[in-house]
Each structure stands twice: as structure tokens, then as C-alpha cells.
Design a protein around this ligand. Structure first.
Ligand code: CU
Length: 220
């Protein structure tokens, strides 16, 4: 597990891809910081006034200029590559994806399944790709699931989507990431990933959200 994953476990492939980009950027930053600040202190020591009473101007150094242009370009392009491959995972919709409507309003989330069932908690089956269709009935909200490392603005008058791949059974936080009024901070709910059979039972029966949440209490 990465040190980022230790802070908040990444529970789907995409989340680990996001952590990989973050780790690459942080490690690169630390290395560059050590090189830049280390060189600064080294130069203070090597080229101070005692050792070099007369300053000398230096004009141009082609190999150095090529290096400090090419290396950052390669690093930035690699960061883009990692970010892009991770982003694409949330955009491509597989054929077996299940649609779930996510409706945001001040200040609650509502979820609607294809059979018409609605819930205030997002129940999902383990192992099936989920296409969340996001819409808002009032202002801009942000659909944010930290453990999945996914976040998408929800815009009134538009339907946007987000792919989820629930891999692990568990109970995860959903929150709103766009300031949307007085009770924005309270606009939270849970994403509960259930084994497929339990999910089907919930979807096709009259079990209340409370009953099914009780059923998985104690699981991570
Ligand atoms: Cu909000």
C-alpha cells in the first residue's frame, strides 16, 4: 500500500491510478527541491566573496540549457500521460455498465435505479461497472467519493456521467465538493457496496435503506 493509500485506502483501480500520479509528482518535487536548494547552498559555499572576491559573468551554456529544458518537458509530459490514462478510466463506458441516476439538490443526494427504485444512500453491486448519470435540480453541486478518487461537478440543466468500479464490499463517504449554500457541509451520504446477491435482493424488494445498512454494519 502506498503512503497515500495509507491515508485513505484506494478502493478501485482508478483510485490507485490517481495515487500513482500523485506519488510520481510528489517524489519528483522532492527530488527537484533537494537538487535546487542543495545547489543553492553548495554555491553559497563554493562561490562566496572570500573565495571569489571578483565576480565573473557567464554567458550561455548550450548543453546546460538543453538539459534544463528537455528534462522538465519529459517530466511534465509523463505526468500528463499518467493523468490522462487515469482520467480515461472514468470516461470509457463498458457495455455491461449499469446506469444509476444521481440527483443533487440543496442539500441532499438522491439515487434512482433503472427499475424506478429510489434511495438516499447509493447502494451498488460489487464487480459491476456503474455509470452514474449526474443531474441537479437547483444549483451547481459536486459529486465526490474520496475513497474512489472521483469527483465531478453536477450542473443544472445538463446530464453528466462518471464511471465507478466497485471492487470491494464496504461503506464509503459521498460528499458535495462545490459550495452550494447554507447546508453544503451537511450534504453527505454513503456509498455502500454490497455482494451482488444482496444488492439484487435490495433492488427488487421493499427493504429500507436502514435495514440493508444494518446488514453490513461492521464491515469496512
Ligand atoms: Cu455543496
Amino acid at each position: 500500500m502506498s503512503f497515500l493509500g495509507a491515508l485513505l485506502p484506494a478502493v478501485q483501480h482508478h483510485a490507485r491510478a490517481v495515487d500513482d500520479v500523485a506519488r510520481f509528482i510528489i517524489v519528483t518535487d522532492i527530488i527537484l527541491f533537494v537538487i535546487v536548494v542543495g545547489t543553492m547552498f553548495l554555491f553559497v559555499f563554493l562561490y562566496n566573496k572570500k573565495r571569489h572576491p571578483r565576480a565573473v559573468n557567464i554567458h550561455g551554456n548550450v548543453p546546460l540549457e538543453v538539459i534544463w529544458t528537455a528534462v522538465p518537458v519529459v517530466l511534465v509530459l509523463f505526468m500528463f500521460y499518467l493523468g490522462w490514462t487515469g482520467y480515461i478510466q472514468t470516461r470509457v463506458v463498458p457495455k455491461n455498465a449499469m446506469d444509476v441516476k444521481v440527483i443533487a439538490r440543496q442539500w441532499e443526494w438522491n439515487f434512482q435505479y433503472m427499475n424506478g427504485k429510489t434511495a438516499d444512500t447509493l447502494f451498488l453491486p460489487q464487480g459491476r461497472p456503474i455509470k452514474c448519470l449526474l443531474s441537479s435540480v437547483d444549483v451547481i453541486h459536486g459529486f465526490y467519493i474520496p475513497a474512489f478518487r472521483e469527483k465531478q461537478d453536477v450542473i443544472p440543466g445538463r446530464v453528466r456521467y462518471l464511471m465507478l468500479y466497485p471492487e470491494k464490499i464496504g461503506n464509503y463517504e459521498i460528499t458535495c465538493s462545490q459550495y452550494c449554500g447554507l447546508d453544503h457541509a451537511l450534504m453527505m451520504t454513503r456509498l455502500i457496496v454490497l455482494p451482488k446477491d444482496k444488492f439484487d435482493k435490495w433492488l427488487n424488494s421493499g427493504l429500507s435503506s436502514e435495514e440493508i445498512s444494518d446488514a453490513i454494519t461492521g464491515k469496512p
